[in-house]
Design a protein around this ligand. Structure first.
Ligand code: GUN
Length: 297
């Protein structure tokens, strides 16, 4: 029997409408228009598309989108100056430095510089630490989007064995944290799962994946996870976006997964749109927190 498709695009549109309504309420009540400042360095085509999509989504939600474009040969200190300026700009509530940065720039140094209160990507080590302790300031966008998707399709995580494949700082590691968190501390129903954080060097990876009630693939290898690796009835969330010739494919072999799993996210149209929706939510949360601290201070 074919699996159910988990439609990230539709779910993200719904979430974006909800955020737009919350933005209107916040501004009507005297709050500032939330503002997200993106920094794009170089001319990587995929990054340009991502940033453009984020800007458009901001506009539609009533959030101001700003963009600083810098050449690929910008110096480390010039880039840090741009981040410093955005940190100090009272009109900016969220800062996003699009990754990857061109070779020669120190990503860590730049992300460490982003003011933790404006760090809507949740990449700053202070925010990573808060997440680890179950008291997040911002939820990391892609993992939080996945939690929302599972929640809205009424797929419970409590007591389930979730196998996360991929140990990146952006997806794999924070995903594991969110799913293992106690009730409610990291978003709706993002709780009480038993999590295995697997990766490309995991021994018997196919066997480990087969033990997952839910499999989250974020390893960056086209169609690596095959249908026969899946437990029948598993839920499959595919974070991968890999270009193979002129096609986009995920980390999971979609057609094979559809035959074995009970639910699968497509690529594209699965996790990607949710990441942007969560970014908007974080920008509103940042504007709220900054506004509140100014008014109470
Ligand atoms: N590049 C790929 N994904 C992301 C993301 O979530 N945030 C940023 N800033 N850059 C990315």
């Amino acid at each position: 029997m074919a699996a159910r498709i988990l439609d990230g695009k539709q779910t993200a549109l719904k979430i974006r409408e909800e955020i737009a309504a919350e933005v209107r309420q916040f501004v009507d009540a005297g709050g500032p228009t939330p503002c997200l400042a993106a920094v794009l360095v170089g001319d990587d085509p995929a990054s340009q598309v991502y940033v453009r999509n984020k800007q458009r989504a901001c506009e539609k939600a009533g959030i101001e989108g700003r963009l600083d474009r810098l050449p690929a040969d910008v110096s480390q200190s010039e880039l840090l100056d741009v981040v410093r300026r955005l940190n100090e700009d009272d009109g900016v509530h969220g800062i996003l430095v699009q990754l990857p940065l061109p070779r020669g720039l120190d990503e860590r140094l730049v992300l460490d510089m982003v003011d933790a209160r404006k760090d809507v990507d949740a990449f700053n080590p202070c925010n990573v630490g808060l997440l680890m302790q179950g008291r997040p300031r911002f939820l990391p966008c892609t993992p939080a989007g996945i939690v929302q998707l599972l929640h809205r399709y009424e797929i419970p995580t409590a007591g389930k064995h979730v196998v996360v494949v991929g140990r990146s700082d952006i997806v794999g590691k924070p995903m594991a944290m969110l799913l293992a968190a106690r009730d409610g501390s990291c978003g709706p129903s993002a709780a009480n799962a038993t999590v295995t954080l697997a990766h490309s060097r995991t021994a018997d990876l196919a066997e480990v994946v087969r033990s997952g009630d839910i499999v989250i693939a974020a390893v960056g290898r086209p169609e690596m996870i095959r249908g026969e690796w899946l437990k029948p009835g598993a839920v499959v969330v595919d974070v991968g976006i890999n270009r193979v010739e002129d096609r986009l494919v995920g980390d999971v072999h979609f057609d094979e997964a559809m035959e074995v799993a009970s639910a699968v996210t497509p690529v594209p149209g699965g996790v990607g749109p949710l990441t942007i929706a969560m970014l908007l939510g974080n920008t509103l949360a940042a504007a709220r927190a900054i506004h509140q601290s100014r008014n109470s201070g």
